[in-house]
Design a protein around this ligand. Structure first.
Ligand code: 3PG
Length: 309
């Protein structure tokens, strides 16, 4: 079988080497399409692929039509908002993700951004500390759990809200469960977002929640820019000079921030949360193993699309 690794944002070389080892040891061939610049390059590369490993790369109906032999696509990562799942099902393609494999890297980035902001960008002025500050985790999945562990080490007072996680589970981590988002945002100076981008969450972080945050509020987004209502975010920035926004990827309204709110935001140019050697190895090798296993045994453990259409 031919396994295509199609990554517009490439894995670390060591991860690619290990992915190759796993796939070739199982008797499969590997093809690489890294740092590609246009969809046409992807459409050309997928035409004879039996399997595909992607990151945030868009797997659209157009890609699936071009991929005539494709049987399985694995998103090396957690969020799969880049994959058209109904189209995968319609083309008899199994879609999977690799949950948890890059979560620690994303959690560390949330902290790196918080620390950098708290110290005023290391520009020489006195900053602030994280110890004793309140931190709210909006969603308590794999990344939220890692963030809670790091936050406890920093002596932060941690809260979480997740409609899909039982309060007991949250309490077992030694943190406080909130009954609704309003309670979380009212309690916490720092709020860190860890939900996926889907129909329920897109644009769900808006004025009504943000206005509740205490003085010197800091919103940390290592999730997806789509979950933010950017008009509302700009409204809060206009009203509250104490409000800050740290985001792993630039918002669509980046130009307004640069013009009006210097010193009150940090944006990474390219999504950097999972961009560590360790995360690339964990997620990339997990993806390769899932493909090898699927071809060998039919194991669909991490399947994310419907199989009965
Ligand atoms: C994920 O969904 O796993 C993270 O956001 C990392 O995504 P990336 O592989 O596109 O950097």
């Amino acid at each position: 079988m031919k396994i295509l690794v199609a990554t517009e944002k490439s894995f670390a070389p060591i991860a690619v080497r290990l992915i190759r080892e796993v796939t070739e040891a199982a008797g499969h061939d590997i093809a690489l399409l890294e740092n590609y610049k246009s969809v046409s390059e992807l459409l050309y590369a997928v035409f004879d692929a039996d399997a595909m490993i992607v990151r945030g790369d868009l797997v659209t109906p157009e890609v699936l039509v071009a991929a005539k032999r494709l049987k399985i696509v694995v998103r090396a990562g957690a969020g799969y908002d880049n994959i058209d799942l109904p189209a995968c099902t319609a083309h008899n393609v199994v879609a999977m993700n690799t949950p948890g494999q890059n979560s620690n890297a994303v959690a560390e980035l949330a902290f790196e951004m918080m620390l950098c902001q708290a110290r005023g960008g290391f520009a020489g002025r006195a900053g602030t500390e994280l110890r004793g500050k309140t931190l709210g985790l909006h969603a308590f999945g794999n990344v939220g759990k890692y963030v809670s562990e790091i936050a406890k080490g920093f002596g932060m007072d941690v809260y979480a809200y997740d409609p899909y996680v039982n309060d007991n589970v949250i309490n077992e981590f030694g943190i406080k469960a909130c009954r609704n988002p309003e309670e979380l945002y009212s309690a916490c100076q720092y709020v860190s977002l860890h939900m996926p981008a889907n129909d329920k969450t897109k644009k769900s972080i808006g004025y009504d929640l943000l206005k509740r945050m205490p003085k010197d509020a800091v919103l940390v987004n290592t999730a997806r820019k789509e979950v933010i209502n950017e008009d509302d975010l700009l409204k809060i920035f206009e009203e509250r000079p104490d409000f800050k926004y740290l985001s792993d990827v630039e918002p669509d309204c980046k130009a307004v921030f640069e013009e009006k709110y210097k010193g009150r935001f940090i944006f990474t140019a390219k999504k950097m949360g999972a961009q560590t050697e360790e995360a690339n190895i964990n997620a990339g090798v997990a993806a390769a193993r899932q493909i090898v296993d699927y071809f060998k045994t039919g194991n669909e453990k991490f399947r994310i699309n419907n199989s009965n259409q």
